[in-house]
Structure formats: C-alpha cells, structure tokens
Design a binder for this molecule. Structure first.
Ligand code: ADP
Ligand code: ZN
Ligand code: ZN
Length: 877
C-alpha cells in the first residue's frame, strides 16, 4: 500500500503529491485525510495523505516509508481533501495552503528537535563508566554525563531546549555527548496544542463498598471518610479540583484513598467549552408568518429531497430570517444530516449564538476568532467526534469536518469578510456551493441587501456545462466548479447577461430567489430622513449633529428609549495634522497616514505596527497647532457628553473591544438599558436586536462612497440598510437619520426608501456599462519589492507575458490592465504595483495566470520579489 502525501512546504516544487509506502502496522490508521510524518530529504515533515494506491509507477524500492501517523482519526474527510484541490486550482494557491486552512491552528505542525540515547550507549551502561564512543574508542564519562544519559533514557526522548535548561550548568557536556554520538538527535512533529486533560476521581463500580470502607477507617481519618461518603452518594466521575473544592479537603486525602485502591484518579480528556458557564433558555419553534412559511417550505422541500440547490433569501431587516434558518436546520437534523451556519465574524455576537444554542443546545459548536486556540480546537474536535451536528461560525467554519451535510446557511451573504484576504484567498460563498455539491446539500444565502453577484445568479439560466444537482457520481470536483459557475455567482461567457427589463427570476434560474418583503407581525420599516449636512453648515451648524438628529436624541432621552449611532470607521480618520501647514504624520515604511490612539497617546501604523509618541510640534513647520483627531467615535462620545450632560454612552470600536468578552459585556449592558446610546463603528450595524432602540443615526453616511472601489455604492447601500434595520424591530416604531454630504446619491436615496430593487437596477446597469463584476470577473495581481526600478520592470514584463498568453484565448475577451502603482503604494518598505485581469467566462484563465506567474518564480526567489494573486478580489487596495 502506498500513500500520496502533500508535504508542509508551500513552494512550487513541492506543490504535488509524493509517494510513500505504508508500513504494515500503520495500514489500519492511514486514510485519505490523515496527517503523517514523512522523511523528506534530510528532514522529517508533516504532510496530508490525499490518496491511497496499491502500486506506484516506478521502482517501489525507492519509495520511503511513512514515519508516523499523527492522529487516531484523520482530521480531514476525503471530501475536504478534494475540496482543497479545487480551492488550489480556483484561487491559484498551493494545495498545502488550502489543506492547512482547513484544520484548526492547534494542529499546525510544530517541529521540535529532541535527543534520545544511542543504543550502543545504552549497552555500555552495565559496563560501568566506560561506554563505546562513535569512533569505537572507549571514553571515560564524567558522572555528570552519566546523569544526563540516565535522565534522557528514562524519558525516552527529550527536547533539546528543555534538556539544556535542565542541565543548565553542563550545556557543554550535552553538546559533547551529541558530538560523540551517544545522544542522537531526532526530529519530532508536535501539535501546537494538545487535548486538555484533567485529573478526575473515578469511584468504584459498587459505590456501596465505599460506605463500608468509610466505616472501617479509624476515626482520625475523618476527611477520608467524608470523601468516601460523598462518592457513595454521588457515584460519578468528578474532577479532582471540584471534589476538593466541594469538601474543602486536600489532594493528599484523595490520593491516599487512591493508593489503597478504593478509588481511581485518572487523567481524562475534557473540552474547553467557552460557553460552559452559560445556560441557554430553550426556545420552541415559532408559528411562522405567511412569507416565512413559504420560504421555509421551499427550503425544507429541497433539504428533504437531498437535492443540491442554492437559494437566495432576500428578507428585509426584521423579517425573521433567523427563525427560518432554525426551522430549516431542524428539518435537516431530523433527516440525520448536519448543518453549517456561517455568519460574519462581527455579527457572531452572543445574541446570535444564544439563538442557536437556545434551539439546539449541546448539538451546536461555535467557531469564532475570539476563542483561544485551545477552545477552538476543542469545538472543532466536537465536530470531528460527532458530538455536535450544527456548527455556527465565521468564514472558516465552512471547513467543519462533517460527513453528511444537508444544509449550509450563509447569513449576511453580501459581507466582504467572507473573502479571505490572505492565501488561500477563497470566498466562503463559493466554497460553500462547491461543498454543497459534494454532499448534495442545500445552500441558503440570506441577506437584506444581497450582493450583486448572488442577485445576478438568480437572473441567469443554469449553464449547460454542469448540473448543479451533482447527480452523476456525487463527489466530482468538476461538478463543484461547474456548479459554482452554474449557480451564476460568476458568469461564464456562454451565458447571456440579463437585460434590465428581465424579471428578477426567470424559470429554472441557477439560484432560486426567495423574498420576504415584510417585517414580522407587520411591523413597519423605520422612517428614514436624509439630512443634507451642507445645508446644516450653511445655516451655521458646525456640530457633528444635525439639528433634527439632536432633537431626536433629546426626545429619546426624555422617553427613556434607546439610540444607536453609527460612525463609519473609515470616515472620520484618526490622523494627526498640522493646521498651519497641513502636514500629516505618515508611516516612514508605508504610504499611509499614522493613526492616533488616545489610550496610549501614540501614533501607529495599521499596516506594519510602526509607532511613535504623539507629536506636539509640527516636524515640518514647528507650529504648535497640531490637531489630533482622536478615533472618530471618541470625538462623538465627547461631543455627546457636552451636548447632553449626564447621557450614558457605550462606545464600541476597535479600542474598546480588544479584550476578550468585552463585546458581550457592552451589548449586555445596552440590552439591560444601562446606557442611552450605543455608539460604534460597523459593529453596531450588524444583527443586533434590541426592543427599546427606536432611533438610529448614521453620522457620516457617505464616507465609503469616496473610496476608490467599484463596490463603494453597494457598500454604502448595505451599511445604511443594515443600520437602519436596527430601529423599531419590536413594538416601538423606529426612526432613522442619515447625515450626508451627498444626499442625492442613488445609494443613499434608495436605502432611505428601503428600495433594494431600484438600487440593484441602477447598480447593475452601471456595472455592466463599466464592465465590472458580476458581469466581468477580475483577478488582481500585486507585485511588491523594495526597489522601484526592478519592480516596474518585472511588473511590465509580467503584464506583457499575460497579454501574450491571453491572445491564445481569443476571441474570448480578456483584458490586461496595468501595471500601475497600487492605491497603497508602499507597505513595510516594499513598493507595490498591480495588474488587473478583466475577463468573461471561465476559459482557462487560471491556468494562464499560473503559467505567467510561474515564469517569474525565479525572480521571486532570487530578488525577494513577491507576486500575489487574488481571484475575485473584494479589496482593490
Ligand atoms: P432578520 O434576521 O430577518 O433581521 P430576525 O430573525 O432577527 O430578523 O427576526 C426579527 C424579530 O422577529 C426577532 O425578535 C424574532 O424573534 C421575531 N420573530 C421571527 N419570526 C417570528 C414569528 N414567526 N413570530 C413572532 N416573532 C418572530
Ligand atoms: Zn506644520
Ligand atoms: Zn507602516
């Protein structure tokens, strides 16, 4: 038996599977998806088994054996291994990078150097102090060296650093033993994190015995008697620490009972459960509203038919999408299948988790980045060991190692955070569709403001190249690729672009559109007022609050209702500027302004971490009129305090939410009405549901509009719709004020009218006109280097090479734009240039890019030049 293994080195030369022979005793343990340790040149590396064969194509004698198997259960399922290959082909990354992205950080390999005692040294032990050296001579060992050898022999292997620490005074002797070959170096592959084990007291099978034993003990052993009686009454395994705490006794007491053999103390694996301290009130399914019932019907039908299908659920804020998700998941679980729910990191709030834990209790695992490595690993193990059947998590939860997925839900599917910005630069929505094809599962994309890509998918006919049902043979990777394209998320050239008159959902569209126009129980959407801030200024109001928003806040304070204020993070910058000469503090390594941090009174670069003390005198003109723009939210908080003395404000932004659990703390306080205003960045716009919020203010609604990004209008529309959706979700009606300098912009006007349709029509028209996604696809290639001339030359020849290769695709339209300097022209002392490929259709564009980039790999190596490729980029900086 042979295994094909992808090793842990992300490089072109190793981006293929290598053959290894599986030694007989390991056969039971090695499977597709296993992690193994394999010899690779002089080293030992971790790798993933991606295939198992009975023969190799060349001399089997040359094939080396697998050195070790790392896990009892393979951490990856075969379908994940297959998916990794798809990801590496689609997003042009190394296969190992995709595989690594699928396992928790705790399982990433850590290479350790250990020593063990050489065999001949072990033999020499009985011969007294003389042992054979490597050269066959007899060496006289010092007593200290013998101590070292004895220590290592007892332990089996010892990590070199630990050994040196233990024998700190004799580091030289350790080295000598190694040089003489008495200690041999072995490389060990270790997990970064191990399962947590806790000493646990295990009572005997017949607890009645315990009482009897308690009687037998002499009176002075009162503590021991107490332990025995307690266990007789509670005959279950209990953590040693808990037992000690319960009885106020010492470990010695319990240990002496264990030594008598009356009970056992064992190390038992436990799960670090971040939610262990919390209890969740169980919720029952609600009676659905008519629109919910229809939508639920369509989804659950598909789930029951075990048919692959993608739905786009467009439901206005407060229409009850979550209840639909919950009931659909129930259908899925009833069929014995599993469900994955993706939510953006930022809205993975305790409130969201509560809704799922409340309905499905212990069946739910939660994966988000605020968990510690250990907690994350343990949640993941619950999935692996099939102790849970629902996972709710951010982007990477799409790789949950389930084996029978019936339903994948992506909430707020328009969020750009579903795209990973570092390699593998995958989009979780596309990966979800591919994975659903493998499992014949249903995908539900939910949003109040669906992305143009998904909307476009509902307007298109499924392409003929792939049946989204994945019927033929099930797990075909090709089907997955075809389905992602067939789902219409990305156009292929055969498909016709929709005309704007087309009904939103033609028969047999690739994605089925489901709509919920109404809020639950017919609650009205909030009334939205657009405030022209230019007008305010003209009338002499220089405050950041318009007069009407000021009045509205005052009114809420009066009525004891709550207000949410959104300040777009990117809007109010936090830079340091000289008011005399206009000097702005910039990072010396990156072309970006430094950010002022009030708490540490330092200015800092967000890209490279460079920091300096705040400046009080302008370095350029020596003026003292330096203005520190604190984080926008801080300034707003200050101004609120001035305008409304005694107002209680909770501020949520990067500065106030770094601490673990702080997010939760603030939201709980707000929910308990311990504050009048919740003020924050994007994080207050998403998913929050508070009954007493009747006012929402967006302070600088249009700042995103000015970003050099073709999605600027879409982002603005989404943000405003989301934040407006926080108001009046319950009995009390809501009101929204949008302050802007661009009151007539269509994204702001449509958002204020809750008019998704007119927005999408306008935006689709513009995208089509300018040949942007979803009508065309983009690949962004960014090159970076310390020196401009070499960088420019390389960028130009790469672009030329791409143009050359693109000719072979004619008549398919492929356009190579650039090279130009990137919008952020320098990061960490490296200059950046970019090329953009704009194209329609799948063709073999990825092959082409791979081919072009491959020609520059030597350049990358020799000159430390980096070329990074982003397929379907979300950020164009
Ligand atoms: P969305 O995610 O679409 O913005 P939610 O799922 O948060 O909306 O629902 C809004 C509110 O309506 C929540 O408080 C939810 O509990 C409630 N709700 C949802 N469905 C129903 C229903 N069928 N009957 C009564 N209340 C409901
Ligand atoms: Zn100055
Ligand atoms: Zn910097």
């Amino acid at each position: 038996m042979y295994a094909k293994v992808i090793v842990d080195v992300p490089a072109k030369q190793t981006n293929r599977a290598f053959d290894y022979w599986i030694p007989e005793p390991m056969r039971e343990w090695v499977a597709v998806g296993s992690r193994v340790g394999v010899p690779f040149g002089p080293r030992k590396l971790q790798g993933f088994v991606v295939d198992i064969r009975t023969q190799v194509d060349y001399d089997p004698a040359k094939v080396k054996p697998i050195a070790e198997v790392m896990d009892v259960y393979p951490p990856l399922t075969p379908d994940l291994v297959e998916l990794a290959r798809w990801i590496s082909q689609t997003y042009l990354c190394h296969e190992i990078t995709a595989l690594q992205a699928m396992i928790p950080g705790a399982l990433k390999a850590k290479y350790e150097r250990h020593v063990k005692v050489a065999e001949h040294a072990a033999d020499g032990r009985s011969a007294g102090t003389n042992v054979g050296g490597s050269g066959g001579q007899h060496l006289l060992l010092l007593p200290e060296q013998l101590d070292i050898l004895r220590y290592v022999r007892e332990k089996g292997t010892v990590e070199i650093g630990a050994l040196l620490q233990k024998f700190a005074a004799n580091g030289g002797l350790v080295k000598q033993l190694m040089l003489e070959g008495l200690l041999l170096e072995v490389q060990m592959i270790k997990d970064r994190m191990a399962a947590k084990k806790v000493l646990t007291v295990i009572p005997p099978d017949q607890p009645a015995q315990l009482l009897q034993r308690a009687e037998e003990l002499p009176a002075r052993s009162a503590k021991q008697k107490e332990v025995l009686r307690y266990l007789a009454e509670h005959p279950f395994p209990i953590k040693l620490s808990e037992l000690l705490h319960e009885l106020g006794t010492s470990a010695g007491t319990v240990k002496s009972l264990a030594e008598k053999g009356w009970l056992a103390i064992e190390e038992v694996e436990v799960f670090r459960d971040p939610y262990a301290q919390r209890s969740f009130r169980r919720t029952e399914p609600l009676a659905l509203m008519p629109e919910q019932r229809h939508v639920f019907g369509r989804i659950s039908e598909a789930v029951q038919d075990e048919r692959h299908q993608v739905f786009l659920l467009h439901g206005v804020t407060g229409s009850g999408k979550t209840e639909v998700y919950l009931q659909s998941i129930q259908t899925c679980l009833d069929l014995g299948r599993e469900a994955i729910v993706l939510v953006p990191e930022i809205s993975l709030t305790p409130q969201m988790v509560e809704r799922f834990k409340g309905r499905f209790g212990d069946q739910v695992a939660v994966l988000h980045s605020r968990l510690s490595h250990g907690e994350r690993y343990d949640e993941w193990r619950k999935i692996m060991l099939k102790q849970v059947r629902v996972v709710i998590g951010a982007r990477s939860a799409i790789f949950a190692p389930f084996t029978r997925i019936g339903l994948i839900i992506i909430d707020e599917e328009h969020e750009s955070s579903y795209k990973q910005e570092e390699s593998p630069k995958y989009h979780a929505r596309d990966v979800a569709v591919a994975r659903a094809v493998q499992h014949r599962a249903v995908v539900v994309l939910g949003s109040a403001t669906p992305s143009l890509e998904s909307m476009y998918g509902t307007m298109r006919q499924p392409s003929l190249t792939g049946t989204p049902s994945g019927a033929a043979g099930g797990n075909r990777l090709n089907d997955a690729a075809a389905a992602v394209s067939a789902a219409g998320l990305h156009p292929s050239v055969q498909a016709d672009a929709p005309s704007n008159e087309a009904p939103l959902q033609p028969q047999g569209a690739a994605i089925e559109l489901l709509t919920m126009h109404n809020r639950v129980e017919g609650r009205p959407l909030p009334r939205v007022h657009i405030i022209d801030m230019r007008e305010e200024l003209r009338e002499g109001n220089r405050s950041m609050f318009s007069r009407s928003l000021y009045k509205a806040i005052e009114e809420r304070l009066h009525k004891k209702e709550q207000t949410v204020l959104l300040l777009n993070r990117r809007g109010y910058s936090t830079f340091v500027m000289c008011r005399t000469c206009g000097y702005v503090a910039q990072c010396p390594h990156c072309d970006i302004s430094l950010t002022f941090h009030q708490s540490s009174r330092a200015i800092r670069c967000h890209y490279c971490g460079y920091a300096e003390r705040e400046v009080t005198v302008c370095p350029s003109c020596s003026s003292e009129h330096i203005r520190h723009f604190g984080t926008g939210t801080q300034r707003v908080e200050e101004e609120l305090g001035k305008l409304f003395p005694g107002i209680r404000v909770i501020r949520m932004d990067v500065d106030t939410t770094t601490e673990k659990g702080s997010h939760e703390k603030w939201l709980t306080m707000f929910r308990n009405r311990q504050a009048d205003v919740l003020l924050g960045t994007q994080m207050v716009a998403k998913g929050l549901d508070f009954p007493h919020v009747t006012l929402v203010g967006a302070l600088a609604a249009d700042t995103v509009l000015n970003l050099p990004d073709f999605r600027a209008a879409e982002r603005t529309f989404q943000l405003l719709t989301q934040v407006a959706g926080r108001a009046g979700r319950h009995e009390l009606p809501g009101e929204v004020f949008v302050q802007t300098y661009a009151p007539e912009h269509y994204s702001i006007v449509s958002a204020s009218r809750h008019d998704y349709k007119s927005f999408i029509n306008k935006e689709m028209t513009l995208r089509k006109l300018h040949e942007y996604p979803p009508f065309h696809r983009l690949i962004l290639i960014t090159l970076s280097h310390e020196q401009i001339p070499l960088l420019m030359r390389t960028a130009e020849s790469l672009a030329a090479r791409l143009k050359e290769l693109a000719k072979s695709l004619a008549p398919l339209p492929v356009e190579i734009l650039g090279p130009v300097a990137s919008p952020i022209a320098r990061i960490k002392d490296r200059y950046r240039f970019q090329c953009m490929i704009k194209y329609r259709g799948e063709a073999s564009i990825s092959g082409l890019v791979r081919q072009a980039a491959a020609a520059f790999e030597d350049m990358e190596k020799q000159h430390k030049l980096t070329i990074s490729i982003d397929v379907d980029p979300q950020v164009l900086m």
